[in-house]
Design a protein around this ligand. Structure first.
Ligand SMILES: Cc1cc2nc3c(=O)[nH]c(=O)nc-3n(C[C@H](O)[C@H](O)[C@H](O)COP(=O)(O)OP(=O)(O)OC[C@H]3O[C@@H](n4cnc5c(N)ncnc54)[C@H](O)[C@@H]3O)c2cc1C
Length: 416
């Protein structure tokens, strides 16, 4: 059976594009290389899928540090409220959590995938498991998608193959290659929302330690604060991870030229004066105890040897022997534990790929390629990326919808 439209990639953007095109009356075939659709969606939000953010479209744009202007039109057409209504109309109950993050009420990402899958089936979208390898054009118009196992003639194509992070989910950058062969430029992919590496040995010593309610500041080499937030952080064998660190990494956009330092305030609720009073009280009540024992009341166990090392106060020093200068060093370390960052973890470990198909070569109103007629692009394959909070999926839904609807309108126009 010949299809009007081939959608390449059964992720968030591709499924939305296929649904919207089919709703507009287009004969759609969805090609997905994996046996199941939405493999990446399945692991989003730790398996709970933070599918959007309950906020106005302007806020989505404000949370998109890269090429947000390109998304103006798509977000005006498809707001987070539209996305919420869409999933609710498919029978998925939703809930809003801290930071306006929207999740399925069941806490199961699979509910989102199932809802999309049943809608695709209802609309008679053909779903084929095949890996697309190239898109052929004929006199500047797309005509065929070549797959590893089949050939798919068509009038239009939506390319929604995602980025290159978490490649085990199927997103391995195939779309970049297919688009480049059609004349598109690809901005070199970089990791974003990614754990950070440090050569400071104490990170490894504290491996597995999760700190809640700490404050993190990231400074560049000029000492300018590029990120500051309170939340949760995790020490690992390579450096730092956890929600706060992933969010911070999106603001550290120039690892080639910059040197970043993370500064952790372990006691953000206490200013220096209050913390000093607390230390004096702790010391006063334990004058004959060893320093390391008193530290145990101030920081987690795994951090005690690190504090000993960083303050230079011997572990067995009696508390009454600690000088004012020693107490000051302890206070400064508690309020500003410095970690030098050497770089991000590899892109395969990043939540998001920053970079991708250059947005200047795509019409923001329709997601149509400016290089070849009949080609539409959607989702993470494009050079757009946002912070955490459901914004990246919001981008995938919004661009997927525009690409699907506009591809369907294009096909209808050609058939007239
Ligand atoms: C661990 C993790 C957690 C995340 N959590 C969240 C979250 O809670 N909220 C949020 O907003 N964002 C989250 N994200 C980001 C979000 O998942 C992505 O932004 C989103 O999935 C992008 O959608 P997409 O459709 O463009 O690409 P993808 O979801 O990557 O889908 C692309 C699809 O194309 C298929 N494909 C690739 N090449 C081919 C080919 N040649 N032929 C056929 N098929 C092909 C792939 O197999 C894949 O199924 C998370 C990401 C990760 C890795």
């Amino acid at each position: 059976m010949e299809h009007d439209l081939i959608v390449i990639g059964g992720g968030a953007a591709g499924m939305m594009a296929a649904i919207c095109a089919a709703e507009a009356g287009c004969k759609v075939c969805l090609l997905e290389r994996n046996p199941k659709l939405g493999r990446k969606l399945y692991i989003t939000g730790k398996g709970r899928c933070n599918l959007t953010n309950h906020c106005p479209s302007e806020e989505v744009l404000a949370n998109t540090p890269r090429n947000s202007r390109f998304l103006y039109s798509a977000m005006a057409r498809t707001s987070p409220a539209w996305v919420e209504d869409f999933f609710q109309s498919l029978g998925v109950e939703l809930k809003v959590e801290r930071g306006n993050r929207v999740f399925p009420a069941s806490d199961h990402a699979s509910d989102i995938i199932d809802a999309l899958f049943f809608r695709l089936r209802k609309l008679n979208v053909t779903i084929i498991q095949d890996r697309a390898v190239s898109i052929t054009e004929d006199s500047g118009v797309v005509s065929v998608v070549e797959g590893e196992s089949g050939t798919y003639p068509c009038k239009a194509v939506v390319l929604a193959t995602g980025g290159v992070s978490y490649p085990a989910t199927g997103s391995t950058g195939d779309g970049y290659e297919m688009a480049s062969k059609l004349g598109h430029s690809v901005v070199a992919p970089k990791p974003s929302l990614v754990p950070l590496e440090s050569e400071d040995a104490f990170c490894g010593q504290m491996q597995g330690l999760a700190l809640k309610n700490i404050s993190l500041k990231v400074k560049n080499k000029k000492g300018k604060v590029v990120y500051q937030e309170q939340g949760e952080l995790l020490f690992t064998h390579f450096g730092l991870s956890g929600p706060l660190v992933l969010s911070a990494s999106a603001h550290m956009r120039d690892f080639e030229k910059e040197q970043y330092t993370c500064v952790i305030d372990l006691k953000p609720a206490l200013d220096e004066q209050k913390l000093d009073a607390r230390l004096l009280r702790e010391f006063g009540e334990n004058t004959n105890k060893d320093f390391q024992n008193v530290l145990g009341a101030l920081v987690p166990r795994l951090m005690v040897p690190v504090m000993v090392e960083l303050t230079g106060i011997p572990a067995d020093r009696k508390v009454h022997e600690i000088t004012k200068g020693g107490r000051r060093r302890l206070l400064e370390t508690l309020k500003g534990l410095r970690i030098n960052i050497t770089g991000p973890r590899p892109i395969r470990e990043a939540i998001i790929t920053s970079g991708g198909i250059k947005v200047g070569e795509v019409d923001p109103k329709t997601m149509a390629s400016k290089k070849v007629e009949g080609l539409y692009l959607a989702g993470e394959v494009l050079d757009v990326d946002a912070y955490t909070g459901g914004f990246n999926l919001q981008i995938a839904w919004a661009t997927g919808r525009v690409a699907g609807e506009c591809a369907a309108a294009y096909v209808a126009g050609r058939s007239e």
